[in-house]
Design a protein around this ligand. Structure first.
Ligand code: NOJ
Ligand code: NOJ
Length: 433
């Protein structure tokens, strides 16, 4: 991951999506990939075991903030809505699906979490610099997000212009976290505005739930781009649920939301049936793709999608331990049953509330951990012999394919492992150790 951050010959703070220069050429700084990578580096910064590493992470994050600010000011066809920039920070103005409005939101969220960490250390001056103003820094992104969320934009996969669930969730998270930071930094008018827009986004997000299919529809109101995504199923919904969640965001469509779990189960079943790889007798688990109709590079499972499922399971288990109850409903019954042994499956019924004295509570939590591990085993089984990870896993052969050393992949392994560590800590606490 670090090899692709500020690589030689590129601007400091830039993140190459992959070192691959052709077929595909990923030698660009994608706003989303960079933000999700830097989000993990904020976590590393917070928990750095020694001063030397803490300092190195700090420099990387400050470089990132400076690079992002340079790109904001560099123009480009859709301004802050541009999906990617050249590695020297100049705009990429070739044909592309634009704008991609999850990008500025992801960037804002990462910089907000960085600013919050800095503020907690008493560096208000640095936090204020990161916050910026109407056109630059965190506030520059939040102004864009709060004034553009009503428009359609291209999705996380850069293919469909529509109102996307994942984009809306990213925008909502950024605006709510941004409101919190704005308040702390003495910008209450902006805070109220960001929060009011976040509440309006929420009212639209709930429209994505489709009771008839028992899934969250990834997109509504398509206005351009690919038109063959007929199932409405998309792993982007899972990416939306596992995004870092601060208390200010509440629990709308969280990792334990029955609508999210029902969608996860539908995706898992679609990919289980859809890829030859997953039908092998010795498959360690289910490899997860972007969406069932995908054709990009042949339409394969993706490392970061498979990692996202692992993270979802770990985060859900952690949240159930915190709450001390699991409510099983008609919508997510199939999700929970899939975690249990044949003997226990039939005992689980919709309408049950499980609490720790019931053996089923512990079995569901254990099933989530084991289920999460199974996804990680899939990734490990198909990694290159040296451990490196390309974007995709060939749906038939299982070999790595498409962009090599995809930066976001490594970040997604780390965030999944962070969630697993948090789960382990919660399990220890429960045991009273
Ligand atoms: C490039 C994009 O990066 C990818 O997500 C997409 O699937 C292909 N273009 C095809 O549209
Ligand atoms: C294509 C993916 O679909 C998109 O999510 C990503 O941002 C770019 N590749 C760069 O990795």
């Amino acid at each position: 991951m670090f090899a692709n951050v500020s690589p030689e010959g590129a601007a400091p703070g830039s993140v190459a999506a992959s070192p691959s220069r052709e077929n595909p050429n990923y030698w660009y700084n994608w706003k989303r990939d960079a933000a999700l990578t830097m989000s993990e580096i904020v976590a590393l910064y917070r928990t750095a075991p020694d001063a030397k590493r803490k300092k190195a992470y700090l420099k990387t994050l400050l470089d990132y903030a400076a690079y992002a600010r340079g790109v904001q000011g560099a123009g480009g066809l859709t301004g802050i809505g541009e999906p990617k920039s050249n590695m020297d920070g100049t705009p990429f103005n070739g044909p592309w699906g634009r704008p991609q409005d999850d990008g500025p939101a992801e960037e804002a969220s990462t910089l907000i979490s960085f600013a919050a960490a800095i503020l907690a250390e008493g560096r208000r001056d640095v936090a204020l610099q990161l916050y910026g103003d109407f056109t630059a820094g965190i506030k520059g992104d939040l102004e864009y997000v709060s004034h553009h969320w009503q428009q359609t934009s291209f999705d996380v996969w850069e293919e469909v212009k529509a109102h996307h669930f994942d984009t809306g969730m990213a925008q909502r998270a950024a605006l709510l976290d941004g409101a919190g930071l704005a308040r702390k930094l003495g910008d209450p008018g902006a805070a109220d505005w960001y929060e009011s827009q976040a509440r309006l986004i929420e009212a639209k997000l709930v429209d994505h739930w489709d009771q008839r299919t028992n899934t969250i529809r990834a997109e509504l109101g398509r206005s351009g781009g690919l038109d063959y995504k007929s199932s409405g199923l998309d792993t982007a919904v899972i990416l939306a649920a596992i995004r870092p969640r601060t208390p200010g965001q509440g629990d709308l469509f969280s990792v334990v939301d029955k609508r999210v779990l029902a969608t996860a189960q539908a995706l898992k079943e679609a990919f289980r049936a859809g890829y030859a790889l997953n039908r092998r007798a010795d498959a360690p688990g289910v490899a997860i793709g972007r969406y069932p109709e995908d054709k990009y590079f042949g339409g394969n499972p993706w490392v970061l999608g498979t990692d996202a499922f692992a993270q979802l399971y770990f985060m859900a288990a952690c949240e159930y331990l915190r709450r001390g109850t699991i409510v099983v409903e008609a919508e997510d019954l199939a999700f929970f049953r899939d975690l249990l042994s044949d003997a226990d499956r039939g005992r689980l019924k919709a309408g049950m509330t499980l609490t720790p004295p019931d053996d089923l509570f512990g079995k569901v939590v254990a099933g989530l951990k084991e289920g999460g591990d199974a996804y990680l085993r899939v990734v490990r089984a198909h990694a290159n012999p040296d451990g490196s990870l390309s974007e995709q896993i060939d749906r038939d052969s299982g070999y790595m394919t498409s962009a090599r050393d995809l930066t976001w992949n490594y970040a997604s392994v780390l965030t999944a492992l962070d969630a697993r560590d948090a789960l382990d800590r919660a399990l220890q606490l429960q045991k009273g150790i």
